[in-house]
Design a protein around this ligand. Structure first.
Ligand code: FAD
Length: 533
């Protein structure tokens, strides 16, 4: 689908008549593309960097209701998110899977055990099931042996779900493309085209690889650029509405921060929940929530104060583990596209999404990864006035194609790995496994990813830069020490043969990747003394 010269071929088709252009290749844009295609619209998606380059590869990876929004009285957001979680778990087994969470209750602590019990009852009520349970102290310690024991009463277990965010985006986009859509990465909208009626009628595109530019027209244009949404809105007189809030995480080797199930802990400084979850053979811990003051066109990165903040929470919850910043494998930081209302603390701002319309430009921002299906419905609903004959939207749309569970039955891969592959690669699975060369059905070091995935992604998944491959397609840049530096020679063999990069190109890609990793994905040592939320 996206092999050699696919972008060049895509660029030659840009003068086709489009019903809708979707700007932004994160989960929001992906969902809109998928739904637009499903109802028969001719849809084009353009992404300035790589698919999922923005916040949608840097989330906590949860598909969840958000227990803490209940505490803030955001019942609507939680109810909608829980319902969406239930749908997505049904639609994407192997990619969006239930995950068990534990939360410890301590004597005299806030929130109290009673408050958790009420919150979890509501949470389960929204999903029409009863999945949480309370465990007394010793039983709870069997589930979470490393938690602080002092004043421990016991704790709750409840269910949410976990995903691989970048792979979710990619699967949704690829299934839309297979159904007839067009999607181009490294294609930036530099400006909006206005018609004689002073309304948006297209975009001015720049190919970030070749420098080529072109004007493309469409009946409707949707701005799904997340934290960057105001940049385009300002071109049509929109006032700033998005309050980019940075959230950062640390990733630890699982042996250093072992958790068999996720743990929600309450930060000792500001009582915000912090998550610690098993993910792809590692343990992810975060997140923070603070106004992002740096320029939006630079890679967001964790600050020392955020490292201290996350470590403070971990040290309070797991004192015996004596975790230090040096134990982390890496970090990552993303920007929440929150719709601001002027609250002092960004953490208190609503996570609901909003659809805005200015001179025919439909913009959608806010929301969550979990609610992307609802966001797609609302964005396309807002397009109806621009496309009067637009077909009806389905009430309960499928965002992921059903995959026959016996697709890989005769393949020599363990059942759990088959499930994981089917979730991530869906209909591409048989072809992916066929590309495997000798030894490539082995996992890459102690990650769950196969070498065959790396070859497949390089060959077929629209990789333009080495960072696309190692940070978003096969996520070993986050899972292995130093961004997988010690296996670069083997990666080189795969990449050079699949992407045809000569030695000079390979060297420059590695240099760029390593510089990026050092700047935005390494884990700076803690110890500034100031602790940020
Ligand atoms: P993005 O993913 O940022 O995509 C926007 C894209 O637009 C970017 O890729 C950007 O390059 C592109 N773009 C910008 N300008 C242009 C242009 N001019 N031309 C072309 N392209 C352009 N939600 C959950 O449900 N669960 C979680 O666990 C969770 N955890 C989170 C943790 C953190 C730290 C953060 C920050 C957010 C978290 N969220 C979570 C929220 C969720 O990740 C975001 O709401 C969601 O990913 C936003 O997706 P998006 O597509 O709107 O934006």
């Amino acid at each position: 689908m996206w092999h050699t010269n696919w972008r060049e071929r895509g660029w030659t088709r840009l003068n086709e008549p489009w019903d809708v252009i979707v700007i932004g290749g994160g989960i929001t844009g992906a969902g809109i593309l998928r739904l637009a295609t499903q109802i028969g619209l001719r849809a084009l998606l353009v992404e300035k960097r790589d698919f999922a380059w923005g916040t949608s590869s840097r989330s906590t990876k949860l598909v969840h209701g958000g227990l803490r929004y209940l505490a803030q009285g955001q019942f609507g957001v939680t109810r909608e998110s829980v319902k969406e979680r239930e749908q997505l778990v049904k639609q994407g087994p192997g990619l969006i899977d239930p995950l068990s969470f534990l939360v410890a209750a301590y004597e005299g602590a806030s929130p109290s055990r009673r408050a958790f019990a009420v919150g979890l009852a509501l949470y389960d009520g929204f999903a029409h099931r009863w999945d949480h349970r309370y465990y007394r102290g010793d039983d709870f310690l069997l589930l979470a042996p490393h938690v602080r024991k002092d004043r421990l009463l016991g704790g709750f277990r409840y269910l949410d779900a976990v995903t691989d965010d970048a792979r979710l985006v990619l699967r949704v986009i690829r299934e839309a493309v297979r159904a007839g859509a067009t999607a181009l990465n490294y294609t930036a909208v530099q400006g909006l085209l206005l018609g004689a009626d002073d309304r948006v009628c297209g975009v001015f595109l720049r190919d970030e690889v070749s420098g080529q530019t072109v004007e493309v027209r469409a009946k409707g244009v949707i701005n799904a650029t997340g934290a960057w949404a105001d940049q385009l809105r300002q071109q049509v007189g929109g006032e700033a509405r998005v309050r980019p809030s940075r959230g950062s995480h640390l990733i630890f080797p699982a042996w250093r921060l072992p958790v068999a199930q996720a743990i929600t802990l309450v930060h000792p400084q500001d009582r915000r929940p912090v998550f610690v979850l098993p993910w792809e053979g590692t343990t992810v811990a975060g997140t923070t929530d603070l106004d992002h003051q740096q320029p939006l066109n630079e890679e967001p990165q964790i600050s020392r104060q955020e490292v201290d903040y996350i470590l403070m929470a971990l040290q309070a919850q797991f004192p015996a583990l004596r975790l230090r910043a040096e134990d982390a494998l890496c970090s990552f930081a993303g920007l929440r596209p929150i719709i601001g209302s002027g609250k002092g603390d960004p953490s208190k701002e609503s996570r609901a999404h909003a659809v805005l319309e200015e001179k025919g430009l439909v913009s959608i921002a806010g929301g969550k990864l979990t609610t992307f299906r609802r966001m797609a419905l609302d964005a396309l609903q807002a397009m109806r006035q621009l496309l009067p004959g637009m077909p009806a939207l389905p009430g309960n749309p499928l965002m992921l194609e059903p995959v026959p569970s016996d697709l890989l039955q005769s393949v020599a891969v363990p059942a759990e790995q088959q499930r994981r592959l089917l979730g991530r690669y869906a209909a591409d699975c048989p072809a992916l496994l066929e590309t495997a060369q000798g030894g490539e059905l082995q996992t890459i070091k102690d990650t769950p990813a196969l070498w065959a995935e790396l070859r497949w992604a390089a060959r077929e998944e629209g990789v333009v830069r080495l960072e696309d491959l190692l940070l978003r397609r096969v996520r070993i840049g986050l899972l292995l020490p130093q961004g997988a530096a010690h296996i670069m020679e083997r990666i080189r063999n795969v990449v050079q043969s699949e992407l045809g990069w000569d030695d000079a190109r390979w060297r420059s890609e590695v240099a760029a990747y390593q510089a990026l990793w050092a700047k935005a994905y390494s884990a700076p040592c803690a110890g500034s003394g100031v602790v940020a939320p």
